[in-house]
Write a protein that binds this ligand. Structure first.
Ligand SMILES: [Zn+2]
Ligand SMILES: [Zn+2]
Length: 278
């Protein structure tokens, strides 16, 4: 049984998360942050950074083993392994992977990142739609910030805009495309964001059980939330937070002492049993 089979088995008990990597873009001790979501045997891979193909291989997992894929934003620590995934599907499997992607981000991802390596491989020019099958989240109207939602195989996803880049921007609608996730209305994954207290209000985290938040271990938090900034959150919120996307100097910190759950470890399983719901 490889690690993915173990994750699928655990997901029969309920929604399951397992991070293939928990590191920052520059981390060397950990692979870059990448999340496997599973429920009842169905899997979604969220982000495929540069180090993720090898991280998967070390665990006997193929990049193509997942039912769905989702990308939070276009930094290489989130998309560096994506070309390999798309070309493996096309030329070895002769299939198209299922991508949970809005049409707005589909254009950005293709035009600004993927086109260079993916467009010129055959006699005719390839388009993104030749390389993947989009599963379209719908815009969730009348929300304080831009949110899309979709349900795939019983997994409910809310995709919400975050404030990540550029560093001086303070409002989500001025930021370049970056998104986080709320899964089954129970678990929030911030992906990459600056410190954004309004996000916790907009996404109503009072009713969310667990939060995985990116964390920069040095200050100031220009494009990520810094550890010191996250420490200023109310105690009740910190108690729900597992830190992800952290640098190699993590052994200088004891997040449990500061009221957090701790540093998320790669390949650790988190399961939220169905019975505990409501
Ligand atoms: Zn990142
Ligand atoms: Zn980023």
């Amino acid at each position: 049984m490889n690690k993915l089979d173990e994750i699928k088995e655990a997901s029969k008990q309920g929604l399951t998360f397992c991070f293939a990597g928990v590191g920052s873009a520059f981390a060397k001790k950990n692979d870059q942050t990448s999340l496997i979501i599973a429920k009842d045997g169905t899997t979604i891979l969220v982000d495929i950074g540069t180090t993720i193909p090898q991280a998967m291989t070390r665990r006997g997992i193929k990049l193509t083993d997942f039912d769905y894929y989702h990308i939070t934003h276009s930094h290489a620590d989130h998309i560096g392994g994506l070309e390999e995934l798309l070309l493996t599907y096309r030329y070895f499997l002769k299939q198209k992977p299922n991508f949970i992607i809005t049409s707005a981000y589909q254009d950005i991802l293709w035009e600004k990142s993927l086109k260079g390596g993916c467009e010129y491989n055959e006699a005719g020019l390839l388009r993104f739609s030749d390389l993947m099958t989009p599963c379209r989240p719908e815009w969730f109207k009348s929300q304080p910030r831009e949110i899309y939602q979709i349900e795939v195989a019983g997994i409910h996803l809310q995709i919400f805009r975050t404030i990540h880049i550029p560093g001086h921007v303070t409002q989500w609608d001025q930021a370049f495309w970056s998104t986080g996730l709320v899964v089954d209305r129970r678990v929030l994954f911030s992906a990459d964001t600056r410190f954004d207290p309004q996000m916790f209000e907009d996404m109503d985290t009072s009713s969310i059980e667990t939060i995985f938040h990116d964390c920069q271990l040095f200050g100031p938090g220009t494009v990520h939330a810094s550890y010191e900034e996250l420490k200023t959150l109310p105690k009740a919120l910190r108690k729900k937070i597992w830190l992800t996307h952290y640098g190699d100097n993590y052994d200088q910190f004891v997040p449990e002492k500061d009221g957090f759950q701790g540093f998320t470890k790669a390949w650790e399983l988190f399961t939220w049993p169905e019975t505990a719901k409501k």
